[in-house]
Design a protein around this ligand. Structure first.
Ligand code: BGC
Length: 539
């Protein structure tokens, strides 16, 4: 009888085999979030409550934009996702997910529909929402400007009585004074309930979509002067609101860390050239990154306001003259980083010489690498971009909160010629993968010493996605928008959020469940895993 194969091996090979078995196997690098780290969700009033006010319809720049037919498929937004009617249930869902924070917004159009006319019932309704959140142990975080404004601030519709109005883009308007008055009405009503304020939401999104690509009201295209004026007005609005909140909010609502903590949220992005060997693209990416990230951050941290957008603060002939302005300096206690996906910069011929951008920012993967994993809006899925963005924002030495991050649970909508959606393919597992990869990347950044205090997922329940309406679904709960009651069902992304928030970390089992074993496009031809994170999680 022949001996078993191993007995026939040369002794040296047997030794090598034994040594091989003892070699350390790659181990999964888990992450754990600090005890003080908070998990929550974020939403915005117009997206979840629509045009429906306490006593009837509310007009705003966005209601007009919809009436002008500027939303996909001609949609309008009557009631959002009914949040204003069912916020109790929404807060219960948040608790069910194991979350501790609920970021929501006060809606200027419904609170002050005419200049100086404040609707007490709307303020009462806001207070009721905040009380209901607190009653469930949720910390409310309040945004004061999340893009919808009254028509007397901005009306994009020339055919509406009064015609076009845009105090935001008028350098000499007193929109900062108007915003200050509105903020000062709100704070005394909410100060016993709110400690954390995100005053402005993503100035650069309003600027780029409203004044550069025309997708948001007022629909201007490549209007650099208008864009600069909006930015300058917005930084003054932030600075004055910061002062007003610090002056008026003297109540530590949760008995921890003082009465108020005031920040703003940024369209935060590290910009990368499509081709890192292309010098024009590298230059364009640097310039665009400066405009989208540094411009506003510098103004509100050091007070240096670059009025002519040339990257320097040294021109006495601008309006206002460039200088370090003490009224702007230090008007953020923290910065809200909102990252959805990477932005690539191309050297398109029309843009290489186009001041002040010198490049074309591309948001849709279809324009640079269609095969990469992407969501229903075409945003590339790349968690490594969150690391780059956090490293970029760490330079301002402020505490960071991820005040938004998320993705669609749908793939690209299939539309007819009129833009109406015929089919909305669903991919909740891909969204769960996105979430876990981004939270893992965030945990690694905290381990490396970046001061991130919380993560608010966008969003709890599907809502009205601005110019795309209901064609894009970002919710951890999917909403049946065809049913007038808009019932919710928790989806795979909601499950993943609950698992990470409850475990306060990501271990190998969680990663495998949501990333390794499920993500459909996570394998190359050879079957090798392809994560979108910045390093191999098995080391
Ligand atoms: C905005 C949200 C929006 C989300 C998804 C963010 O820029 O603050 O209001 O729904 O992106 O597109």
């Amino acid at each position: 009888m022949k001996p078993p194969a191993a007995h026939r091996m040369a002794p040296s090979l047997i030794v090598l085999g034994v040594l091989g078995a003892c070699e350390p196997q790659p181990a999964f690098v888990g992450v754990r979030f600090p005890d003080s780290f908070s998990f929550g969700t974020a939403n915005a009033a117009w997206q979840v409550c629509g045009d429906q006010g306490v006593a009837g319809p509310v007009e705003s720049n966005w209601s007009r934009w919809a009436a002008m037919g500027r939303i996909a498929g001609g949609q309008s937004n009557a009631v959002g996702n009914r949040f204003c009617e069912i916020y109790d249930e929404e807060f219960d869902r948040s608790v069910e997910l194991g979350l501790g924070v609920f970021r929501l917004s006060a809606d200027w159009p419904r609170i002050e529909p005419e200049r100086g006319v404040f609707i007490d019932a709307e303020l009462d309704a806001l207070v009721d929402q905040l009380e209901a959140a607190r009653a469930r142990g949720l910390e409310p975080v309040l945004t004061l400007y999340h893009w919808a404004v009254p028509l007397w601030v901005q009306n994009p519709d020339p055919d509406w009585p009064g015609g076009r109005v845009d105090l935001l883009a008028d350098r000499h308007s007193d929109v900062d004074q108007a915003f200050d008055t509105y903020v000062r009405r709100i704070i005394p009503r909410v100060k016993h309930l709110v400690d954390t304020y995100t005053v402005l939401n993503e100035p650069l999104s309003v600027i780029s979509a409203g004044y550069l690509n025309g997708l948001f009201p007022p629909g201007r295209v490549l209007d650099i002067a208008g864009a600069a004026s909006v930015g300058i007005n917005l930084v003054h609005m932030q600075a004055r609101a910061y002062d007003a909140i610090h002056a008026l909010d003297d109540v530590d609502a949760d008995g921890r860390d003082g009465p108020c903590w005031v920040g703003l949220t940024m369209t935060a992005n590290a910009f990368d050239p499509v081709d890192s060997g292309n010098r024009a693209q590298v230059f364009g990416a640097k310039r665009i990154s400066y405009l989208f990230n540094d411009w506003i951050m510098n103004a509100l941290t050091s007070g240096a306001l670059d009025v002519d957008l040339d990257g320097r603060v040294d021109n006495p002939d601008t309006d206002p003259p460039e200088r370090v302005d003490a009224a702007l300096r230090g008007r953020m206690d923290f910065v809200g980083v909102q990252y959805y996906g990477p932005v690539r910069v191309d050297d398109h011929e029309l843009f290489v010489d186009f001041f002040p951008m010198y490049g074309l920012p591309l948001l849709d993967v279809q324009h640079y690498a269609p095969a990469l994993p992407h969501n229903g809006m075409g945003r590339e899925i790349r968690a490594a971009g969150l690391r780059d963005t956090l490293e970029l924002y760490a330079q301002w030495k402020l505490p960071i909160v991820i005040t938004e991050n998320g993705t669609t649970t749908n793939l690209r909508p299939v539309r007819d010629d009129t833009g109406t959606v015929l089919e909305l393919p669903r991919a909740p597992e891909q969204a769960a993968m996105y979430l876990v990869e981004h939270l893992w990347e965030l945990g690694r950044a905290i381990d490396r010493g970046i001061d991130v205090r919380g993560y608010y997922h966008w969003t709890l329940s599907d809502n009205f996605e601005w110019a795309e309406g209901t064609d894009q679904r970002f919710g951890a709960y999917s909403v049946d928008v065809e049913d007038p009651l808009m019932p919710r069902t928790r989806n795979a992304m909601g499950d993943a959020l609950a698992e990470v928030a409850r475990a306060r970390g990501i271990d190998e089992a969680l990663w495998s469940r949501h990333v390794r074993d499920r993500y459909p496009s996570d394998t190359r031809a050879g079957g090798e895993p392809r994560w979108t994170v910045s390093e191999n999680p098995w080391q």
